[in-house]
Design a protein around this ligand. Structure first.
Ligand code: 13P
Length: 335
């Protein structure tokens, strides 16, 4: 079966045109419930819908966002004026995407490590999501760092599942975002972060090749190479940029059209300062951009706090974060 590579490449071009990036608004109900609880908002279906509508109708953001990743619940919801969420995005020239993995579950016989599930029935789910308007997809693998982990077993299992997902996405005509995330909230040095990120991406592309996935028709979403957030010594943006680009150049083929970063629990300022430093080291073999959830949404969610009266102020805060992140993505943060 041949892959419609041109179609995939056109989607990638739309997503990342002119320095645009992605908004990850695809938190599972469990994850968004945690985020809502932190700002005192009850996680009802309507509150989840209202916050997503707030972001998708915020002024100007189509100038800086090429795509939004949706969650299964959201892609089926409508804005308060009755427009389906994907249609609301398309109207603004933003490409809708869908998270299709079903979460990271305990990997058998490997206390503590995880493997992402969600392959069963995925071909049929892709058909449905395509009918609902999705043109790209996302699958996240969680790689934990610690004593003796990640193991080879965890890297292989996660990469293999991700490559199978990517093959199904390409078959369905959706651009797969493969998202291996090395978790950065430990005490590890930046050297250890680099070592794990390198091994993780290396295994991913072994599996991607093994499954016949076309590298020209996918996007990589991954962590920046940073010091563990609880490490005594914290690398600054220049070192983060240098180490991140070094790892990516060694592991991600130049045929891959784009790499987007997750914010991964960095503060809003770290997420923009580090992105700016990475951009200033360009040009890179791939287009580099952002696909943040927390670093774009956090401040807006706090300002909104579940109160309709705060919507417009929260939209302004959201727009400013998106604009600032896009400026960082052009290496123009300080200008
Ligand atoms: P963060 O930017 O909050 O890390 O989220 C990105 C994401 O999509 C995680 O899967």
């Amino acid at each position: 079966m041949s892959v419609a590579v041109r179609q995939l490449q056109n989607t990638v071009r739309e997503l990342l045109a002119d320095g645009k990036g992605l908004l990850a608004a695809d938190e599972s109900t469990g994850t968004i419930t945690k985020r809502f609880e932190a700002v005192g908002v009850e996680s009802t279906e309507d509150n989840r819908r209202a916050f997503r509508e707030l972001m998708f109708t915020a002024p100007d953001v189509e100038r800086w966002l090429g795509g939004v990743i949706l969650y299964d619940e959201t892609i089926r919801q409508s804005t308060s004026d009755g427009t389906p969420m994907p249609g609301q995005l398309v109207e603004r020239g933003i490409v809708p995407g869908i998270k299709v993995d079903r979460g990271a579950k305990a990997l058998a016989l490997r206390g503590g490590e995880k493997v992402t599930e969600g392959l069963d029935g995925l071909r049929e789910r892709f058909e449905e999501y395509r009918d609902l308007g999705a043109r790209f997809a996302k699958w996240r693998a969680v790689i934990e760092l610690g004593d003796g982990i990640p193991t080879e077993a965890a890297l292989v299992a996660n990469s293999h599942a991700m490559a199978r997902y990517a093959a199904l996405a390409q078959e369905a005509g959706l651009v797969p975002i493969v998202e291996p995330e090395a978790i950065m909230d430990g005490t590890q040095t930046i050297d250890r972060s680099a070592e794990v990120s390198d091994a993780m991406l290396r295994e991913l592309f072994t599996q991607v090749r093994g499954q016949g996935v076309v590298p020209d028709g996918l996007l990589v979403k991954t962590n920046m190479v940073v010091s563990g957030y609880r490490a005594a010594q914290q690398a600054g943006p220049e070192e983060v940029a240098e180490r991140t680009v070094e790892v990516l150049r060694r592991t991600v083929p130049a045929a891959v059209p784009g790499i987007v970063f997750l914010s991964g629990g960095q503060t809003d300022d770290q997420a923009t300062d580090n992105l700016d430093a990475i951009a200033r080291r360009g040009p890179h073999p791939w287009t580099v951009s952002f696909s943040y959830a927390r670093a774009l949404q956090g401040a807006a969610m706090q300002a909104w706090a579940g109160k309709p009266d705060n919507t417009s102020e929260a939209q302004d805060i959201f727009r400013d974060r998106v604009r600032r992140t896009a400026a960082a993505n052009r290496g123009e943060l300080g200008t």
